[in-house]
Write a protein that binds this ligand. Structure first.
Ligand code: IPM
Ligand code: MN
Length: 375
C-alpha cells in the first residue's frame, strides 16, 4: 500500500472543523483506493502565535519543504491585527515554497444554485490560474512625510534578489506607496503552466491584465504571454482587462476555459468565480509548485463568528483535498471525491445552512465519505 506523509495546518476559526471533515474524506478515499495517509499536525495560527510569538519559523518552513503537499484550513483571528497572520503565515508559506501557481477551478456542480440566471453546469466550468508570488503581493512599499527621505526596498527570493533605493523628495503632506513587480522568469513560468492546462482542456486561454493603465507592469505581462503563445499554435487566446472580465464572468461564463491572471487581479476575480459556482462554501484552491511542495486550502477564510458551531460547509475544503490527491498522483481517488461531493448535493438530504439545509459540518463530511465508498 502506498504511504503518504502529509502536513496538515488547520489554523484558526472554523479551520479545525473543516479540516477534520477533509481528513475524514481523504482517509476514506485511501481505504477505497489503496493508500494510507499519515497526517503530520502543525499548530500554526492565532493561538500558537499568541502563546509563543512565532508565526512560522524558517526551520518549520524547511521541514515542510520535504513533502509534496500540505493541507491547510484557514487563518485569521479577531484578536490579531488584520494582515499579521495572513502575511506572516499564509503568504510566507506560498513564497518560501515558491508555490507560483494558485489554481482555482470555477465549476458549477450538478444540483448547485447559481445566482446567474439561466446558467447551468455546462456553462460554468473553467479554471483560473492565478500567479501566486509576485505583482502587488511582493510586500514592499512605505510611507513618506513631506520633505526628503530615503528608503531601501528589497525582494529576496530563490528566483532572484532585487533592491530598490529610493530618494524621496515630496511636498505632499504624506504619501503611502506600494511597489508591484513581475519578473520575466516568474511571468513566463505561470503563463506556461496555464498554456499546458489549456492545451489539455478546451484549448482556449484568456489573459487578464490592466495594460491600458498599468502599462509598464502589464504591458510586460502581455509581451511574455504573446511570446509563449507562439509555442502553442493550437490554443486560442485573448486579452481581457480585469474590469471587463468581471462583466464577462457574469454575462458569458461559457466563453472561458482557462484564465491566467497576475496575482492581485487573480485574487479578486476568483472571489467572483466562487460566487458563480455557488458560493465560498464550495470553492477550493491549490497553491502549486509543480516541482516542489504544494498547499491546498479552501478559498474562504476562517469565519470566526461560526467557530466551534459545527455549522459551516466543509465542501470547499474536501474539494481542496481532492486537488491535493490529484497533485500527488492519486487521480482516480481525486475524481471520485468530486463525484461524491456532487452526489451529496444532488441527493440534497444532508446539507449545511448555506445550501438551505440544517445539517452539521460533520454530517456533510460523513455523508461524502460514505458516498465515496459507493462510487
Ligand atoms: C486568498 C486570500 C489571501 C490572498 C489573503 C488571506 C492573504 O484572500 O487566498 O485569496 O489575498 O491571497
Ligand atoms: Mn482572496
Amino acid at each position: 500500500m502506498t504511504q503518504y506523509k502529509i502536513p496538515v495546518m488547520p489554523g484558526d476559526g472554523i479551520g479545525p472543523e473543516i479540516i477534520k471533515e477533509g481528513r475524514k474524506v481523504l482517509d476514506a478515499a485511501g481505504e477505497r483506493f489503496g493508500f494510507d495517509i499519515e497526517w503530520l499536525e502543525y499548530p500554526h495560527g492565532a493561538d500558537h502565535y499568541l502563546k509563543t510569538g512565532e508565526l512560522i519559523s524558517e526551520d518549520t518552513l524547511k521541514e515542510l519543504s520535504q513533502y509534496r503537499a500540505i493541507y491547510f484550513g484557514a487563518i485569521g483571528d479577531e484578536r490579531i491585527k488584520p494582515g499579521v497572520l495572513e502575511k506572516g503565515i499564509l503568504l510566507t508559506i506560498r513564497f518560501y515554497l515558491d508555490e507560483y501557481v494558485n489554481l482555482r477551478p470555477v465549476k458549477l456542480l450538478e444540483g448547485v444554485w447559481t445566482p446567474l440566471k439561466d446558467k447551468t453546469p455546462k456553462d460554468i466550468d473553467f479554471t483560473v490560474v492565478r500567479e501566486n508570488t509576485e505583482d502587488f503581493y511582493i510586500g514592499i512599499g512605505g510611507r513618506a512625510k513631506k520633505g526628503k527621505s530615503k528608503k531601501t526596498l528589497e525582494v529576496a527570493r530563490n528566483l532572484y534578489n532585487i533592491k530598490f533605493g529610493l530618494d524621496i523628495d515630496s511636498d505632499s503632506d504624506e504619501i503611502g506607496y506600494q511597489l508591484g513587480l513581475i519578473s520575466k522568469e516568474g511571468t513566463r513560468r505561470v503563463i506556461r503552466y496555464a498554456f499546458e492546462l489549456a492545451k489539455d482542456s478546451k484549448k482556449h486561454l484568456s489573459s487578464v491584465d490592466k495594460a491600458n493603465v498599468l502599462s509598464d507592469i502589464y504591458g510586460f505581462w502581455r509581451e511574455e504571454f504573446t511570446s509563449i503563445a507562439a509555442e502553442y499554435p493550437d490554443v486560442k487566446t485573448d486579452f481581457n482587462f480585469v474590469d471587463a472580465i468581471t462583466m464577462w464572468f457574469v454575462k458569458n461564463p461559457e466563453w472561458f476555459d482557462t484564465v491566467v491572471a497576475p496575482n492581485m487581479f487573480g485574487d479578486i476575480i476568483t472571489d467572483l468565480g466562487a460566487m458563480i459556482q455557488g458560493g465560498l462554501g464550495l470553492a477550493p484552491g491549490g497553491n502549486i509548485n509543480p516541482e516542489g511542495t504544494s498547499m491546498f486550502e479552501p478559498i474562504h477564510g476562517s469565519a470566526p463568528k461560526y467557530k466551534g458551531q459545527n455549522k459551516v460547509n466543509p465542501i470547499a475544503t474536501i474539494w481542496a483535498g481532492s486537488l491535493l490527491l490529484s497533485q500527488i498522483g492519486e487521480k482516480e481517488a481525486a475524481d471520485a471525491i468530486v463525484k461524491a461531493i456532487e452526489q451529496n448535493i444532488v441527493n440534497g438530504e444532508v446539507k449545511t445552512y448555506d445550501m438551505g439545509g440544517s445539517n452539521t459540518t460533520s454530517d456533510v463530511g460523513s455523508d461524502i465519505a460514505r458516498l465515496l465508498k459507493e462510487i
